[in-house]
Design a protein around this ligand. Structure first.
Ligand code: NDP
Ligand code: MG
Length: 393
């Protein structure tokens, strides 16, 4: 059978690296036809050389110009720049699947372009579904394209529900490792630094999502993502602490039976599933070894210690633009925390205040959603001043 031709947006990141490992392990099944990143053209040049990639995109214009004049790319390599360049890659006639793994919501337009062009979409960027899930899902349905979740919990849910009538699914439960501060008492959380938050117990990921794991905003975003992907009500989606990160989801059916998906905590499993579906093949990382002793624990999440989860649930119940405001304010607050401009506990405060300052509406078109997303980012940015850390003054 012919190889699946893959476009990889976010090739230099953590998901990008894991995707390259999967592609390298299946040269007979997968072929990389385009890669893109924001600015790291040096790393793109190395990837392009190793995988003989004919199309390369850079979001950042200066990086695009540097890449063009660098001589680091093989002659004949087609370089494109800006968001329009990324969107062009999504539509490449010689591509079958577009994997969007760009941090934040920048990948929205490229994802929609991929759908319109009839490509299979593999989606890692959960923020896109939180911002505009209604529109992305409607577009995919209308165009009849396949959409595979790459986020491990959602990929796990996909595997559990595939072949089951949707009406029979009563609840899905996503597992959470609990992040860097799972067992920390509330009073210690006021002093944590970005370095503390970036120490994730089980997963190695990019900085933004690692901080989101520490606040549990990541699980909040994932509940919203799950609601969009699987067409569920807010009360049908929940999360539970599972320190081992081996069970990635539990799906409860109407009769009370539950299915779970298990694999080691490595993103190569969901990435390979999304790229090879419906085929299965030996993976990059070793499967679970049941001869080794391990236990699986589950416990409820303390939402008073982790208000970002409670806020996410609140926005799910409210519906409309509220989840998008939550996401926008969180992106602004996390970036400020990583730059040591605000303390850790200011993240939920800024998100909560941004939500309370903006009326909830249910926009009928994407342009209005994007305008409100921009308003939420400005509102959150204005709140940063009042939340500065003493050391940043
Ligand atoms: P990283 O920070 O490791 O990498 C981000 C990637 O996005 C880099 O390739 C970066 O390029 C690129 N990028 C950033 N901004 C832009 C832009 N404006 N235009 C084009 N490319 C851009 O992030 P992760 O790989 O951890 O996460 C990527 C996405 O996947 C996120 O949405 C995250 O929520 C999701 N995800 C990640 C998981 C993980 O295990 N890491 C698990 C589940 C979901 P450059 O290097 O040039 O800056
Ligand atoms: Mg996840």
């Amino acid at each position: 059978s012919p190889r699946t031709r893959v476009v990889l947006l976010g090739a230099t990141g953590s998901i990008g690296e894991n995707t390259l490992r999967v592609i390298a392990a299946h040269p007979d099944k997968l072929e990389l036809v385009a890669i893109a990143a924001r600015s790291n053209w040096q790393k793109l040049a190395a990837i392009a050389a190793e995988f003989r990639v004919p199309h390369v995109g850079l979001f950042d214009n200066d990086a695009y110009l540097s890449a063009k004049s660098s001589g680091a790319f093989a002659p004949g390599t087609k370089l494109v720049g800006g968001l329009s360049g990324l969107t062009e890659l999504s539509r490449l006639p010689e591509a079958d699947t577009v994997l969007v793994a760009v941090v934040g919501t920048t990948g929205l337009q490229p994802a929609l372009a991929a759908i319109e062009a009839g490509k299979t979409l593999a989606l890692a960027s959960k923020e896109i579904l939180v911002l505009a899930g209604k529109f992305v899902m409607a577009a995919a349905k209308k165009r009849g394209v396949k959409l595979f979740p790459v986020d491990s919990e959602h990929n796990a849910v996909f595997q559990c529900v595939e072949g089951h009538p949707a009406a029979g699914v009563s609840r899905i439960i996503l597992t959470a490792s609990g992040g860097a501060f799972r067992d920390w008492p509330a009073e210690k959380l006021s002093h944590v630094t970005p370095a503390d938050a970036l120490k994730h117990p089980n997963w190695s990921m990019g900085p933004k999502i690692t901080v989101d794991s520490a606040t549990l905003a990541n699980k909040g975003l994932e509940l919203i993502e799950a609601q969009q992907l699987f067409g569920l009500r807010a009360d049908q989606c929940d999360a539970v602490i599972h320190p081992q990160s081996i069970v990635h989801c539990l799906v409860e059916f109407a009769d009370g039976a539950m299915l779970a998906q298990l694999c080691p905590p490595s993103m190569t499993f969901p990435i390979q599933h999304a790229l090879l579906h419906p085929h299965r093949a030996p993976g990059v990382d070793r499967p679970l070894d049941l001869k080794k002793l391990f236990s699986l624990e589950f416990r409820p999440i303390d939402e008073t210690r982790f208000p970002m989860l409670a806020l996410a649930k609140q926005t799910m119940r409210a519906g409309g633009i509220a989840p998008a405001i939550y996401n926008a304010a969180n992106e602004v607050a996390v970036a400020a925390f990583l730059e040591e401009k605000i303390p850790f506990l200011a993240i939920p405060r800024i998100v909560e205040e941004t939500l309370s300052k903006m009326p909830n509406t249910d926009p009928a078109d994407l342009d209005t959603v994007l305008a409100l997303d921009a308003t939420a980012r400005r509102t959150a940015t204005d709140l940063l001043g009042g939340a500065r850390t003493p050391s940043a003054l």
